[in-house]
Design a protein around this ligand. Structure first.
Ligand code: IVH
Length: 678
């Protein structure tokens, strides 16, 4: 039945569901709770079940249909789907704009407008809308002939079955990328691993595999999204004269576009966009492998034309590859602060993710088994952002006869104590505790670190020396270091020693939260330490609390409560605390403040964009500590929005609603004014 002949109620319900779908999947701005959406959806299902003649192909319930009978049929693209030339650095990007100006007969320094957008790492697809109705979806294929995947694209919630609004051409081909969200990919692989299924190598392969399923029910279960980045065939209607305006119009018709689309003219602006996106890359919920720069104006695009399979008016700026092949030369075992034994692969140095990498973590023995790794193997190393590089795959075809199995030690490589593995835990630990020099050293590094006692100038190297010369063994030994002793060490001059001693003295005055964190109790991070300090007010009360009481503290679960209780139950840990107090380490204590008396009690905050100075979790913890609620979406009830860099729709909404907006810098100053140590 055609949509306009449906009874009004059904039509209205379909429209309402469509609107919520658009708000949720395309705009990222849901306005109703998920449960309410589910209720409306159920209602529609019931009505349609009772009245099958009312079911339209565009109904939100009809996204998952039947399998195509004869497998995938081929589709010849009316306009070929092109690829892009690449640039790998700023100089190549500069040459690209220079070539464009030359071709257009413009002076070298004349700046024309470019659209800048992320290069999404998925698969290219074409969607065909006739009179606003989605009638076909196709893969790019070889650019000329692709496959009909209509039954699968219909299952993707960010693809409208019917365009919204009006003014769209009678025939409109939209092009874009279908990709899988990183989190969904991880969850899917974890599930597959559990049931012994084959794992996907990366989100792009997973997206490609998902979209090429015959059974649309399988595709429907995969976390896929589509962002549009261009149009193909346009007939019976007009589109704007430039790329950015066109994408915005597509967005108003219900199609998703990438929020990081910007306009830039000079090379400086393009380079700062590159810089910004490179920093943002790892925080994005999907993978990007670079950026795309396109001449914005369509007339200019036309004048520039194509060479072979790529347009002259666009270029892909590729980020350094995050994966590379190399060889595992040996596997060594490191001892961490809590005694955890971590196998580390020593690699033939390889350039990956923009740096040379020669070590990669192997996490634990289970991971080595999962990878099937042997010493001498050729492996794929992955390095993203500042994350520790890791071995993600073994190329077994490249294995030689000289490869050797990895043998997990039974004794600690540093102190020879027994290594133990607790039932059900993946991690093995050295049982030496603080008698193990490695654990002692790591514990000291943690104790002096920035978020703990913050003893600037007492770095890893110096601790190494102090531990190996037996000048420092326990935390409190730090406070008995003397100028004479320190002066004897290499590269320690008069001034630096004075400075260090002054810092040690000054930082004795600390906070309860820092002190608890500094103790290095398993799984007690800064946020937990802060919550303990706020909710107890006195260290002795924390020490006296049993696991049950500790579990009542914000964000403290049974495991952390157990670690805390068992830490404070050990006499030698209490001795450590006493000796530190004796050495002069001190902090203010006092009755915890009742929640309603906190500075931000009852206030609702929303954090958006990238917070560069502290990150979201820390900002959230500070706000909660001051009694504020931190919400995920902006509404009339929001009191304040903290907008980091690249803030998007939430910021716009806050401005529309006239809600107070703070930049990150203003927020930090505000926190400091409330006595928070940032
Ligand atoms: S424009 C004629 N924009 O990159 C221009 N492509 O190497 C055609 N891609 O096959 C593509 N994000 O799958 C364009 N924002 C973006 C893109 C993008 C990803 C992919 C696309 C294409 C490949 C070209």
């Amino acid at each position: 039945m055609s949509v306009d002949k449906l009874p009004q109620e059904i039509q209205q319900l379909c429209e309402e569901l469509d609107l919520h779908n658009y708000r949720y999947h395309v705009l990222d701005e849901p306005s109703i709770p998920d449960a309410h959406y589910d209720k409306l959806f159920k209602q529609l299902q019931v009505w349609e079940k009772d009245n099958p003649e009312w079911v339209s192909a565009q109904s939100p319930t009809q996204r998952v249909g039947a399998k195509p009978k004869n497998g995938f049929s081929q589709i010849t693209h009316e306009m070929p789907m092109l690829s892009l030339d690449n640039a790998f650095d700023g100089a190549e990007l500069g040459e690209f704009s220079k070539r464009i100006n030359e071709r257009l007969g413009l002076a070298v320094d004349k700046e024309i407008e470019y659209a800048c957008e992320p290069k999404l790492d998925g698969i290219a697809v074409s969607l065909l809308y006739e009179k606003g109705v989605l009638i076909r979806g196709a893969t790019r294929g070889d650019g000329t002939v692709g496959e009909d995947i209509t039954h699968n694209v219909r299952t993707i919630a960010s693809i409208p079955l019917k365009l919204r609004g009006e003014g769209y051409p009678d025939k409109l081909e939209v092009r874009g990328e279908i990709y899988m969200l990183k989190a969904g990919f991880k969850a899917m692989n974890e599930q597959a691993a559990k049931i012994g299924d084959k794992l996907f190598v990366n989100p792009r392969n997973a997206a490609a595999g998902s979209i090429r399923q015959l059974d649309p029910r399988i595709t429907a279960r995969r976390p896929l999204e589509m962002c549009c980045y261009s149009v193909g065939v346009v007939e019976g209607g007009e589109i704007p004269e430039d790329h950015i305006a066109t994408l915005k119009l597509l967005n108003s018709w219900g199609l998703k576009i990438n929020p990081h689309l910007i306009s830039a003219s000079g090379i400086a602006d393009k380079l700062s966009y590159i810089e910004k996106m490179q920093q943002l890359r790892d925080q994005l919920p999907y993978e990007i492998d670079g950026l795309v720069f396109k001449v914005n104006n369509y007339h200019l695009q036309q004048r520039l034309g194509f060479i072979s399979r790529a347009p002259r008016w666009a270029i892909a700026y590729k980020f350094p590859a995050q994966e590379a092949l190399t060889k595992v030369e040996k596997v060594e075992f490191q001892v961490g602060r809590t005694g955890a034994i971590t196998p580390v692969a020593r690699l033939t140095p390889v350039f990956v993710g923009g740096v040379t990498v020669s070590n990669a973590t192997l996490h634990n023995m289970d991971e080595i088994e999962r990878l099937g790794l042997k010493v001498g193997d050729t492996v794929v190393v992955h390095r993203a952002g500042d994350v520790i590089p890791k071995v993600v795959r073994v190329i077994t075809e490249k294995r030689t006869e000289n490869s050797e199995a990895v043998v997990f030690p039974t004794l600690c490589p540093v102190c020879d104590s027994q290594i133990v593995r607790i039932e059900g835990e993946a991690i093995s630990r050295c049982s030496g505790g603080l008698t193990c020099a490695a654990q002692r050293k790591e514990a000291l590094i943690h104790y002096v670190s920035k978020k703990a006692l913050d003893i600037d100038g007492l770095g890893e190297k110096l601790i190494d020396t102090l531990v190996s010369k037996e000048m420092v063994a326990k935390f409190d030994d730090i406070y008995y270091l003397t100028k004479t002793n320190l002066m004897r060490l290499e590269r320690m001059g008069d001034k630096s020693v004075d400075k260090l001693l002054a810092t040690i003295e000054r930082t004795k005055q600390t906070t309860l939260a820092r002190f608890i964190y500094a103790l290095g109790i398993r799984e007690v991070g800064e946020a937990t330490a802060r919550n303990l300090s706020v909710e107890f007010g006195f260290l002795d009360r924390v020490i006296a609390a049993d696991a049950e009481r500790l579990e009542q503290v914000t964000d403290v679960g049974p495991i952390v409560a157990k670690h805390l209780a068992s830490f404070f139950a050990q006499a030698h840990n209490i001795e450590v605390i006493e000796s530190l107090r004796k050495a002069g380490v001190n902090w203010p204590e006092g009755e915890p403040i009742a929640v309603e008396e906190l500075a931000l009690a009852g206030k609702v905050y929303v954090l958006t964009g990238t917070l560069e100075m502290m990150g979201r979790s820390e900002a959230k913890a500070h706000l909660q500590e001051l009694g504020a609620k931190v919400s995920g979406s902006v509404s009339k009830k929001t009191d304040c929005v903290v907008a980091g860099s690249a803030a998007g729709s939430k910021l716009t909404k806050a401005q529309d609603l006239g809600i107070e907006v703070l930049t990150e810098q203003e927020f930090v100053l505000f926190l400091q004014s409330l006595g928070v140590v940032v």
